[in-house]
Design a protein around this ligand. Structure first.
Ligand SMILES: CC(C)(COP(=O)(O)OP(=O)(O)OC[C@H]1O[C@@H](n2cnc3c(N)ncnc32)[C@H](O)[C@@H]1OP(=O)(O)O)[C@@H](O)C(=O)NCCC(=O)NCCS
Length: 149
């Protein structure tokens, strides 16, 4: 369980990734379902990456989106047993590099205010707080919006 690597997301990874999503989000609104993956792979296949462990099985993912010079990080998650080993940072770096190559100049993401670990990671990658979206995760549950130029 020591080595991991990053590659492009493939359709056949979706079963593994749905299990990661269920495990880390436990049915909350931000959990991605099949339709979310299908839309992302149709629209921005080159902005979706996975980390793989043994036997090339997906253990985490990061998915970006781009509309001209503006982009976003839509989803980032790592299976709990692989967290804290640099996988999340590696996935984020891979998507940020792909966004840059595609000409994206400004990048947004949303995060729960209590997700201090994710917020710390985003800050280290140059994201700053730019706003709040009220009720984004359901009534009474706001999202912080972070952006990076
Ligand atoms: C947020 C998440 C993706 C981070 O993944 P990860 O593989 O654990 O991240 P890393 O091991 O690359 O660590 C990321 C950074 O956090 C730091 N870190 C590691 N463990 C930490 C801890 N317990 N507390 C705070 N920071 C920690 C690392 O130093 C690293 O910083 P660096 O890349 O600048 O060196 C992961 O915790 C996760 O999947 N969480 C559940 C889903 C989620 O919250 N997604 C984000 C939604 S916006």
């Amino acid at each position: 369980m020591e080595r991991w690597r990053i590659r492009a997301l493939r359709w056949e990874d979706l079963g593994d990734l749905e299990r990661v999503e269920e495990a880390v989000h436990g049915g909350r609104v931000e959990q991605w379902r099949r339709g979310d993956w299908e839309r992302a792979l149709r629209l921005w296949p080159e902005l979706a990456v996975v980390a793989t462990g043994e036997e090339d099985r997906a253990i985490g993912h990061c998915v970006g989106m781009a509309l001209g010079p503006v982009g976003g990080v839509m989803q980032l998650a790592v299976a709990s047993e692989w967290q804290g080993r640099g996988v999340g940072g590696g996935l984020l770096d891979a998507v940020l590099a792909r966004l840059r190559n595609r000409g994206v100049r400004y990048c947004f993401l949303t995060v729960r205010p209590e997700n201090l670990r994710a917020i710390a990671l985003y800050r280290r990658r140059g994201f700053e707080m730019v706003g709040v979206r009220a009720d984004y995760y359901g009534k009474g549950f706001s999202a912080l919006v972070m952006g990076r130029g």
